[in-house]
Design a protein around this ligand. Structure first.
Ligand code: SF4
Length: 64
């Protein structure tokens, strides 16, 4: 499983960070998402998927 963040779509709204701040952080300078760990363990799938789905501009995808 791999997290992909499309920074061209990200608007820095921070929903992903509020749902899973162990995987996502909004960079203060750029105001864009940073993926802290793009290959979460299987045990975190539901947690990460919820954060991916929370993005209002569909900038996040979970592959695999
Ligand atoms: S929820 Fe979406 S728009 Fe907001 S910071 Fe995360 S990736 Fe960017």
């Amino acid at each position: 499983m791999r997290i992909h963040a499309d920074k061209a779509k990200c608007e820095g709204l921070g929903m992903c960070e509020s749902m899973a701040n162990d995987y996502f952080e909004v960079d203060e300078d750029e105001d864009l998402v940073q993926v802290l760990d793009d290959s979460p363990p299987e045990a975190d799938r539901a947690h990460v998927f919820a954060a991916v789905q929370a993005c209002p501009v569909l900038a996040l995808t979970l592959e695999g």
